[in-house]
Ligand binder design. Structure first.
Ligand code: UT7
Length: 335
């Protein structure tokens, strides 16, 4: 008898972007920069920003509601909710609990996962393990970040790069489609190059931490860029090669959206044409944990993939943390 190995398959997607748009011209009113500089160095044209009172849990909830509506999913069926984020509404309770309450997922458990830009990919891997082990049948993985809550809008090195948003996917078991392979890494020697120092247990919030602006993102962009270009390209290539995927075999490459030039380098390494690469950094900038699920949601909304297509997802971010995943697309069109 033929042995089939269970896979975790993405069967539904949803997304939420706040309404307010901040263009590069808007950013140029806040810091010394220009539309031309931002576009040529990063590929970004505009980004979204939450309204006062709106945050990660609201965006996550809206992304899951969008998914539930598209897929006709009953919240009672959800087993687990994983929220990848570095900007939870509060230190506790976890965002997953508040999303569970908002959508009335009465049979679910869940947790938050913090791995910066790699959070969603690590969340997919974790959710997939629950599916493949047979312990769960419906796992929601959300990537959501309210980057505007930790950005210093006086620092041109960082504030132009990020935006707010959320995306969600549903993982279900499948014998044919879903996640085939992945390679994930973390290396804390890169920790100093991209960090938020204040507000954690080492430097709890105090007048001093606020005065010294320790609650904002700090980045040595040049160093992170150097590692990201190599890291994302190498790991994507490694996963493609060991699955015997040449450029033409890959229907779509879905990379983390931090910088168009980093994406281009990875795509070149994989031997891909522009039409094989998912890009939306121009409209949303870097939404940290949310870039990949928002991309996946847009791919499915536009029916950009067919059942059985080969997809490579990859990421690089703070930690350093990075990784790539190979999956066979198994989502019905217009689900
Ligand atoms: O998702 C998390 C992982 N993060 C990343 O992957 C980000 C990686 N880093 C990058 O994407 C790029 O390094 C940046 C987009 C952040 C910067 O681009 P760059 O080509 O590396 O520029 P740079 O840092 O070398 O700066 C070049 C110049 C500097 O001026 P000088 O020293 O040459 O006079 C900067 O001060 O550009 C200046 N600059 C700006 N100018 C206008 C820096 N930020 C800006 C700005 N507008 N916003």
């Amino acid at each position: 008898m033929k042995q089939t190995q269970l896979k975790a398959n993405i069967t539904a997607t949803g997304k939420y972007l706040p309404k307010e748009v901040l263009t590069n011209h808007d950013m140029a009113k806040l810091v010394e920069t220009s539309d031309e500089w931002i576009q040529t160095r990063t590929g970004i044209r505009e980004r979204r920003k939450v309204q006062k009172g709106e945050a990660t849990v609201d965006m996550s909830t809206n992304a899951v509601l969008d998914l539930m509506e598209r897929y006709d999913l009953d919240a009672k069926e959800i087993d687990v909710i994983i929220v990848a984020t570095v900007t939870p509404d509060m230190i506790l309770p976890c965002s997953a609990a508040l999303v569970q309450k908002n959508i009335n997922a009465v049979n679910a458990w869940g947790y938050d996962l913090s791995a910066a830009c790699s959070g969603f990919l690590f969340g997919l891997e974790s959710g997939a393990a629950l599916i493949v082990s047979g312990r769960c049948e419906k796992v929601i993985v959300i990537g959501a970040d309210t980057m505007s809550s930790i950005l210093n809008y006086e620092d041109r090195n960082t504030c132009i790069l990020f935006g707010d948003g959320a995306g969600a996917v549903l993982l279900e078991p499948s014998e044919e489609f879903g996640i085939i392979d992945s390679e994930l890494r973390i290396d804390g020697t890169g920790g100093e190059f991209l960090k938020v120092i204040g507000g954690g247990s080492l430097n709890p919030a105090s007048h001093e931490t606020v005065t010294n602006k320790l609650h904002y993102v700090r980045q040595d962009g040049k160093t992170v860029y150097k590692f990201a270009v190599r890291g994302m390209a190498d790991i994507s290539y490694e996963v493609a090669e060991r699955n015997n995927l040449k450029g033409d075999d890959i229907s779509l490459f879905i990379p983390h959206q931090a910088n168009k030039r980093i994406i281009d380098a990875a795509a070149k390494r994989l031997g891909l044409k522009e039409s094989q690469v998912m890009i939306n950094i121009d409209t949303y900038a870097n939404t940290t944990s949310a870039t990949i699920p928002i991309c996946i949601a847009e791919v499915s909304e536009k029916n950009r993939l067919n059942i059985g297509d080969n997809v490579i997802i990859s990421t690089f971010g703070a930690g350093f943390s990075w990784g790539a995943m190979y999956l066979k697309w198994g989502m019905q069109a217009n689900a």
